[in-house]
Design a protein. Structure first.
Length: 120
């Protein structure tokens, strides 16, 4: 039997970039896929081991404040849902504008202020 991350990765591989990014984010965050209150209503596994995420259900639960978790985890889930549902219309961006969006996200999370040490 496949692991849940492997099954979700396999499912997302056949989907658009936003869904693949959202699944990857959940897997790499390593938080939501261990929570029963997320898994039971939002993640489904069929008898063949194929898994998928119900993003609309996750969004509804998030909107209703059903999860008692840190704000950072809520923000990450919200971002994953937005990616999967193409809420920011990223799929419609031309390559040059995609680079602008990446740069803006880096600034929005404070990435432009991260100190990089080169003397080590």
């Amino acid at each position: 039997m496949k692991s849940l991350p492997d099954a979700l990765t396999e499912w997302a591989a056949s989907l658009d970039d936003g869904n693949r990014a959202a699944v990857r984010l959940l897997i790499e965050h390593d938080f939501w896929l261990h929570r029963k209150d997320f898994l039971e209503p939002c993640v489904h596994v069929d008898r063949h081991g194929m898994a998928w995420v119900s993003w609309p259900t996750a969004g509804e639960l998030l909107e209703r404040a059903e999860f008692d978790v840190p704000d950072s985890a809520l923000a990450l889930l919200d971002f994953a849902i937005c990616l999967a549902e193409d809420a920011f219309r990223l799929s419609r961006l031309e390559p040059a504008n995609r680079a602008l969006v990446v740069g803006a996200v880096i600034v929005a999370v404070g990435g432009d202020r991260l100190a990089v040490r080169t003397d080590e």
